[in-house]
Design a protein around this ligand. Structure first.
Ligand SMILES: Cc1ncc(COP(=O)(O)O)c(C=O)c1O
Length: 377
């Protein structure tokens, strides 16, 4: 297990930031990388045309390493919603077919499908909260040959409800349904591997469990989608864009692999170095080790919460890093705000108080959470 890594962050001792699922604090080396990027932009004569490619390729490889893919399979995007829009644009959908999502799924992986359904005359099929908390079973029961796309997370963003993606991806293949995964609330904190699951598209924002900057994310596209249609028709995604003097010799062919889906101005001179520094650190710690550390922290929080009469999903039904605490009579009014006044930060999402620590948290942070909860309940 990892000892607390707070020394890498700029979090005062009296702040208990238990809210990584909302937004991760940036590590000092990540901020330094961003500042160096801004300094470079002060002196553009020091930026070469090669710089538009080297950092993009570096971060592409790092993103690929997170999901055990190749750099060719990765596009650089600004947000999860952008990735969902790319997927929706490239997966066929016909009248009478369905797109499967979860109840209270994060909107970035819902709206694009609502629009696609509207355009195609298909239906959004929402899997309701199962009474026994078994989302996998509920999804498997809802899947049939009418489902063209299953657009899902690895765990629910409100309470950590866990999906068994192995069983779900295998059922999707049996029914011929495409699988699109939004890993924004799990990647970096839970192991994930595209080779076994064979999803069609995977998307993730960077600013939560990847500890990276806002407005940067990535899209994995399976090889059979890499000749698809991008959202934008930006110049750098076209073949031969390395030759700046020849850009008006317009070309119809693209850079190889998923690069055609890159966002415009992807070679951002401060965001990419920040993303690189963040993902390098995640890979250095190792995702299994992060997952084990956060699961152990949350196990302790769940046990202490249970002594106060709060409930959470059973450990085998929830992701280790994301805990949703439920109160017997609902969330007391104004609880997150009252906790924040005591410098304890969590989120209220749906009917749960979401507690999401990371490696910067300490035992003292947990004590502060419970001292505040006890005083307020
Ligand atoms: C599951 C999930 N996906 C995506 C996002 C962010 O979406 P976007 O990058 O489109 O702003 C969030 C933010 O809370 C989220 O919880």
């Amino acid at each position: 297990m990892l000892p607390s890594q707070r020394h890498l962050f700029d979090i005062p001792d009296d702040v208990a930031w238990l809210n990584c699922a909302y937004m991760a604090p940036l590590m000092r080396p990540v901020c330094d990388a961003g500042e160096r990027g801004i300094q470079r932009k002060r002196r553009p004569w020091l930026i070469t045309s090669r710089d538009f490619f080297t950092e993009s390729e570096r971060i592409r490889s790092l993103f690929a390493a997170l999901v055990n893919a190749n750099a060719d399979d990765i596009a650089i995007i600004p947000s999860a919603s952008y990735g969902a829009a790319v997927a929706a644009r490239n997966l066929p959908l016909h009248a009478g077919q369905r797109v499967l999502v979860l109840d209270e799924q994060f909107p970035s992986n819902v709206y694009a499908w609502k629009e696609a359904c509207l355009a195609a005359g298909s239906d959004l099929l929402t899997v309701r909260q199962p009474a026994d908390g078994d989302w996998t079973d509920a999804i498997l029961q809802a899947l049939d040959e009418r489902v063209a796309v299953a657009a899902l997370p690895q765990c629910r963003w409100t309470d950590g409800g866990l999906l068994d993606l192995e069983r779900i991806s295998s059922a999707c293949r049996n029914y011929g349904a495409a699988l699109v995964l939004d890993l924004t609330q799990s990647l970096g904190a839970m192991p994930f591997d595209v080779t076994g699951l064979r999803p069609d598209f995977v998307i993730s924002a960077c600013y939560k469990w990847l500890l990276g900057p806002y407005s940067l994310g990535f899209l994995y596209a399976a090889a059979n989608h890499q000749r698809g249609e991008p959202l934008e028709y930006n110049w750098i995604a076209r073949a031969g864009s390395e030759d700046f003097s020849g850009l008006v010799a317009y070309r119809d062919d693209y850079q190889p692999g998923a690069r055609r889906f890159d966002m415009g101005e992807r070679a951002n001179f401060h965001l990419l170095p920040m993303g690189i520094a963040a993902v390098e650190q995640i890979l250095k710690w190792g995702i299994p080790r992060i997952a084990e550390t956060l699961a152990s922290r949350n196990r302790e929080i769940a046990n202490r919460a249970s002594a106060l009469g709060l409930r959470c999903l059973d450990e085998k039904r929830r992701a280790g890093h994301l805990l949703g605490l439920r109160f017997p009579a609902g969330i007391p009014s104004g609880l997150p705000e009252s906790l924040a006044k005591r410098k304890v930060f969590v989120s209220a999402r749906g009917d749960a108080v979401r507690v999401t620590p990371h490696v910067y948290n300490t035992d003292e942070d947990v004590d502060r959470l419970f001292a505040a909860l006890e005083a307020l309940m």
